[in-house]
Design a protein around this ligand. Structure first.
Ligand SMILES: [Zn+2]
Length: 77
């Protein structure tokens, strides 16, 4: 089951939730205040859209695309 990210409209709490793809577009409930939470795009998708140099490495903060072979954390060896 895919993991989706949601943000509460009321308290701005962000959380991840496993849901079937068929329910991915539906709103969820905040685990804190039980109010409506809407799905947000993942960090990876946001960075890809906003940067021409590719997604930043989560471990080092380096841009993977700037390295000829990618950074260590992103390359399967
Ligand atoms: Zn909330």
């Amino acid at each position: 089951m895919p993991l989706y990210q949601y943000r509460c409209k009321t308290c701005k709490h962000e959380f991840d939730q496993f849901r079937p793809m068929s329910q991915s577009a539906q709103d969820s409930a905040c685990p804190g205040c039980k109010q409506q939470a809407v799905r947000v795009l993942s960090v990876f998708s946001t960075l890809s859209l906003n940067s021409f140099s590719g997604p930043a490495c989560e471990a080092t903060g380096a841009s993977c695309a700037a390295e000829s072979r990618g950074c260590a954390c992103c390359v399967q060896q």
